[in-house]
Design a protein around this ligand. Structure first.
Ligand code: WQD
Length: 334
C-alpha cells in the first residue's frame, strides 16, 4: 500500500511516516516546508531505513497537487498539512480559512479526479468547544462546534464537515477523522521531534525553549482553576502512540466517514508536566505564574474507548516517557 502524507515533514506527519514505513507501507510526502525542514527526510531514513519521496508543493497549488496524485498511484492520503497556531489564527483569520480549508478542498478535488479514495484527516479535540466535561471524558457522540474560540479551531470543525459532505456525495470514497488531544514527545531515537519555526504556542515547545535558555521563564497561565493543583489539565499523548493510531485507522478503514478520538483518557496538569520535565532533566525550570489565557478550559481529556474498541488502539506510553524522549530530541538537535 502506498500512502501520500501532506504535511509529512511536520511534527505528527514525520512520526507517522516512520510508523507507516515500519508497518511496511510505501510513503511519499507532500509539504511546502512552511513549518518544517527538509532534513527530516534523512532522519526518517536513519530511523526507519527508507527515505520517502518528497514533493515540495503547496496545497494551494491545485495543479501541483493533482500532478503528485496523478503520478503516485496512491491507495490513501493522510492529510496533516495546515496552519495550527491558535493565537495567529485570531490575528490572521483569512489566511487560516484560505490555507486550511482551501488547501483541503484542493486536495479532495485532486483525489476525486485521480480516484484516490481513502483519506485520514488530522482533526483536533478543539472541535468539542467549551462544553461541560463528561466524567469519562469527551466522546465522539458529543455535539461539536459550540464554543470554539478561534479560527484555527473553526477550520478543523469546518473541514470535518467538508469531508462528510464530500463522502456523502461520492460514496465510493471513505474518510477517517482523527481528533488529537495534546501531542507531546518524540520518536525514541531522538532524531525527530517538535521543532516549530518562530515563537512556539504550545506548552511543551515553550518548556523546551525555556530549558535551552532561549526563553527566560515559563509563564503558567493561571493557577486558580478548580482542578487538583489549580493549573489546567490536558490529555497529553505521546506522538508515537498518535502515529500508531494513524496506521490502525488506515488498516481498519471502511465505507463512509468514521471519527475517533486519539487521546489517553488521562488528564495531567501543567504543574505535573513541569515536574515530570524537571525530574527527567535533573534541574529546575524558571517558572512564573501569570493570568489565565483567554479561551483555555480548565480540564480537557478524551474518552478513548471507541478507538480501542474499533481500531484496537490505545496509548502505551505515558507522560514520563514523552518527556524523556523530548529531552533526547533536544540534546540531539543542539
Ligand atoms: C496546554 C496547557 C495552557 C503555554 C492547543 C489547541 C489544540 C491543539 C493543541 C494545536 C494550557 C498551558 C501553555 C504556556 C501555560 N492544536 N500553558 N504556559 O491549549 O490545550 O491546545 O494546542 O495544534 O487545538 O487548542 O495546548 O499546549 O497551548 O496548552 O501555562 O506558556 O498549558 O494554559 O492549560 P491547548 P497548549
Amino acid at each position: 500500500m502506498k500512502v501520500l502524507l501532506t504535511g509529512g515533514t511536520g511534527y505528527i506527519g514525520s512520526h507517522t511516516a516512520v510508523e507507516l514505513i515500519r508497518a511496511g507501507y510505501e510513503v511519499e510526502i507532500l509539504d511546502n516546508l512552511a513549518n518544517s525542514k527538509i532534513e527530516v527526510l534523512d532522519r526518517i531514513f536513519e530511523i526507519a531505513g527508507l527515505k520517502p519521496k518528497f514533493h515540495e508543493v503547496d496545497l494551494e497549488d491545485f495543479s501541483g497537487v493533482l500532478g503528485v496524485l496523478r503520478n503516485g498511484e496512491f491507495d490513501a492520503v493522510m492529510h496533516f498539512a495546515g496552519l495550527k497556531a491558535v493565537g495567529e489564527s485570531v490575528e490572521k483569520p483569512l489566511e487560516y480559512y484560505e490555507k486550511n480549508i482551501g488547501g483541503t478542498v484542493n486536495l479532495l478535488k485532486a483525489m476525486k479526479e485521480t480516484e484516490v479514495r481513502r483519506l485520514v484527516f488530522s482533526s483536533s479535540a478543539t472541535v468539542y468547544g467549551d462544553q461541560k466535561m463528561p466524567e469519562k471524558g469527551l466522546d465522539e457522540t458529543l455535539v461539536t462546534g459550540v464554543g470554539i474560540t478561534n479560527p484555527y479551531g473553526w477550520t478543523k470543525f469546518m473541514i470535518e464537515q467538508v469531508i462528510r459532505d464530500f463522502v456523502k456525495a461520492e460514496p465510493e470514497f471513505s474518510a477517517t477523522i482523527l481528533r488529537y488531544f495534546n501531542p507531546i514527545g518524540a520518536d525514541k531515537s531522538g532524531l525527530i521531534g517538535e521543532d516549530p519555526n518562530g515563537i512556539p504556542n504550545n506548552l511543551m515547545p515553550i518548556v523546551m525553549k525555556v530549558y535551552r535558555g532561549e526563553i527566560p521563564a515559563l509563564t503558567v497561565f493561571g493557577d486558580d482553576y478548580s482542578t487538583r493543583d489549580g493549573t489546567c489539565e490536558r490529555d497529553f499523548i505521546h506522538v508515537t502512540d498518535l502515529a500508531k493510531g494513524h496506521v490502525k485507522a488506515l488498516e481498519k478503514m471502511r465505507q463512509g466517514v468514521a471519527v475517533y478520538n486519539l487521546g489517553s483518557g488521562k488528564a495531567t496538569s501543567v504543574k505535573e508536566i513541569i515536574a515530570a520535565f524537571e525530574e527527567a532533566a535533573g534541574e529546575k525550570l524558571p517558572v512564573k505564574y501569570g493570568e489565565r489565557r483567554a479561551g483555555d478550559l480548565a480540564v480537557l481529556f478524551a474518552n478513548p474507548e471507541k478507538a480501542e474498541r474499533e481500531l484496537g488502539w490505545k496509548t502505551e506510553r505515558g507522560v514520563k516517557e514523552a518527556v524523556r524522549d523530548t529531552l533526547r530530541f533536544l540534546k540531539n538537535s543542539q
